[in-house]
Design a protein around this ligand. Structure first.
Ligand code: BG6
Length: 485
């Protein structure tokens, strides 16, 4: 599927996402020889600059080239593939100009067939004009493929998401559209399918008869610092839960797909999403961080409107009404400005039958998505010695120790490569998005105050574990902390 003649056009090339993620990921693929041989990368944005300036910007986010001559050489080679065009997002003429530039590149290729991959690292406000303008002015028709890669936010609720989807659909088919949720590109998220379906021992215990509760946790140790304008409009649920954590949940709970094909996988994901009813208010806990230990509170961020009650922390419990999962709570929780950086899945199994063992710790399977990728299983084992006493221990698969040589790919590297290959398995299908919004829209409307008074989030100090009600919240849903031995 990889054509040698491929142009990757990064729209929004001077923005944050392009600088932090898209361009470094493209360089990562380039240096590992995963990009097509004659690939060209075209930056496009409103900012006026020449190639020298763009090269400088595009490579300034790649660290370590000063001390590493090999990396420095690769960076030089990468620069050869870069060019830049400046233009607006709303007007057709700018896109005509972009098209001329692309045709210029293509005329240097031997074969006429050329792929154009458009990566939209853009704010949602220009989504629709840009998808239309590319289709009208920059779409190759004489062989070769056109694809667009788009990023969240895909709307703010069910209605706005539907209208966005249908606008984009007028110009781009589902086959040409790649909706990124970068959590689907993370190594440990991709590992969930293997853990579940390639291990009969785990697979056998993967249901309501063995599992008591599941927590999917996202913690960041920094606040919205400077990004408050965007964040305040969306809040933590739209930023992290409705997409990233829900995606992890679907992979964790879907039935075994018939094959690894994109449609088989996504059919199963959609089935499980359809079995999840909208979240109840009573199954929700909201928080907002306040200043502590010399760190600013959410409201101290100049980009945040005064008196905002936007949640920067949320815990929501979801239920799946199907025979495998009936009655098992799935607690999704995420927060900014917490005590640590950590994303993990914690599956807590049920108690063993009482009798010979009392007050014994529950088994837990933890999949640590980041940092320090690991899978570990908490087991009870006999204390070595001349008496029988069980103590909690761990079977530990820490990647750094087990796979010492392995380099864990960046999520964006993995996803861009999939898009180049035309593989949709790790991209969000339109119906997945629709069901995801159905689950979250009522609770979001309540939080936004659409049906009355807006709920006030509970305050938590910057750098803490979250709102003080959290311990009670997870215990209410059956989570049992191990008794200290
Ligand atoms: C983004 C959110 O989608 O994911 C950010 O908008 C968040 O608020 C980020 O920080 C987290 O991604 P990662 O890969 O650092 O876990």
């Amino acid at each position: 599927e990889l054509k040698d003649n491929t142009i990757i056009i990064v729209l929004g090339a001077s923005g944050d996402l392009a600088k932090k993620k898209t361009l470094p990921a493209l360089f990562g693929l380039f240096r590992q020889n995963f990009l097509p041989r004659d690939v060209k990368i075209v930056g496009y944005a409103r900012t006026k600059m020449d190639k020298v300036e763009f090269d400088k910007r595009a490579t300034s986010y790649i660290k370590g080239a000063d001390e590493n001559p090999e990396l420095a050489n690769q960076l030089e080679a990468f620069k050869q593939s870069l060019t830049y065009v400046s233009g607006g997002y709303e007007d057709g003429e700018s896109f005509e100009k972009l098209n001329e530039h692309l045709e210029g590149i293509e005329s240097s290729y031997k074969s006429k067939e050329c792929n154009r991959i458009f990566y939209l690292a853009l704010p949602p406000s220009v989504f629709i004009p840009v998808t239309k303008n590319i289709k009208d002015h920059c779409y190759v028709t004489r062989g070769g493929k056109n694809r667009i890669i788009i990023e969240k936010p895909f709307g703010k609720d069910l209605e706005s998401a539907r209208s966005l989807l249908s606008s984009v659909k007028q110009y781009w088919s589902e086959d040409e559209t790649f909706r990124i949720d970068h959590y689907l590109g993370k190594e440990m998220v991709k590992n969930i399918l293997v853990l579940r379906f390639a291990n009969i021992a785990l697979g056998a215990a993967w249901d309501k008869n063995h599992i008591s509760n599941v927590q999917i946790t996202f913690k960041e140790p920094f606040g919205t610092e400077g990004r408050g304008g965007y964040f305040d409009e969306f809040g933590i649920i739209r930023d992290v839960l409705q997409n990233h954590l829900l995606q992890v949940l679907t992979i964790l709970t879907m039935e075994r797909p018939v094959s690894f094909s994109a449609e088989d996988i996504r059919d199963e994901k959609v089935k499980v999403l359809r079995a999840i009813p909208p979240i109840e208010k009573t199954d929700t806990l909201l928080g907002q961080y306040v200043s502590a230990n010399g760190k600013p509170g959410y409201l101290d961020d100049d980009t945040v409107p005064p008196n905002s009650i936007c949640p920067t922390f949320a815990a929501c419990t979801l239920w799946i009404h199907n025979p495998r999962w009936e009655g098992v709570p799935f607690i999704l929780k995420a927060g900014k400005a917490l005590n640590e950086a950590k994303v993990e899945v914690r599956i807590q199994f049920k108690d063993v039958t009482q009798g010979i063992f009392k007050d014994i710790a529950r088994n837990e399977l933890v999949i640590r998505i980041q940092p320090n990728e690991a899978v570990y299983l908490k087991l009870n084992s006999k204390t070595p010695g001349l008496y029988t006493r069980a103590i909690p221990t761990e079977m530990d698969l820490t990647y750094k120790r087990r796979f010492t040589e392995a380099k864990i790919p960046e999520a964006y590297e993995s996803l861009i490569l999939d898009a180049l290959r035309g593989d949709h398995s790790n991209f969000v299908r339109h119906d997945e998005l629709d069901y995801a919004w159905k689950i979250f829209t009522p609770i979001l409307h309540w939080i936004d105050g659409q049906n009355g008074v807006r709920p006030k989030p509970s305050q938590y100090p910057y750098g803490s574990r979250g709102p003080k009600e959290l311990t009670h919240f997870v215990e209410k849903f059956g989570y049992k902390r191990a008794v200290e031995a």
